[in-house]
Design a protein around this ligand. Structure first.
Ligand code: NI
Length: 173
């Protein structure tokens, strides 16, 4: 089921989400199915459970090609539960981000370039992977949602925050 996505200003986006303690349940499967369906319907590259009003530490991300990020390389569809991120180098990279909860806007956000992410899949199996570049950015953006952090809070230079169609008039997004 496609669920309504909460928009910035809604207090539920600012809360700390709770860890999943029971895996492989019908409720968790239904939540993940709704998150994937909602993300795809809106051409998102990732979605966190708090964005649909569910305060649990579940994120989904991945896409084949994205009209919202036409330059980005594809990312396999991934479900990540109770994620913990660790940077693998000191390198910080600026990149443009948007968010389904902040529609119509983009901002330049500094993120770790390389990271390790650990967590669980929906069956409760351990996930332990590394990511870099745009994928690392997406994992950081989605994990931030679980801690009540929206990307505009991470922008260092507010002159690099604006409406997508003004910032990128050449892109039909
Ligand atoms: Ni977001």
């Amino acid at each position: 089921m496609i669920r309504p996505v909460l928009r910035m200003g809604d207090a539920r986006l600012l809360q700390l989400a709770r860890e999943i303690v029971r895996f492989d349940t019908p409720e968790l499967a239904a939540l993940i199915a709704d998150m994937k369906e909602t993300m795809r319907a809106l051409d998102g590259v990732g979605l966190a459970a708090p964005q649909i009003g569910v305060g649990l530490r579940v994120v989904v991300f991945g896409f084949d090609s994205s009209p919202r990020y036409p330059e980005a390389e594809s990312i396999p569809c991934t479900v990540l539960i109770n994620p913990v991120l660790t940077p693998l180098s000191e390198e910080i990279e600026d990149g443009w981000e948007g968010c389904l909860s902040v529609p119509g806007l983009r901002g330049l956000v500094p993120r770790w370039r390389h990271l390790r992410y650990v967590g669980f899949d929906p069956q409760g199996r351990r996930v332990d992977k590394t990511a870099e570049g745009f994928q690392a950015r997406v994992v950081q953006h989605e994990t931030d949602h679980l801690d009540g952090v929206l990307y505009p809070m991470r922008i260092k230079d507010m002159s690099r925050f604006g409406f997508t169609d003004i910032l990128f008039p050449e892109q039909a997004v």
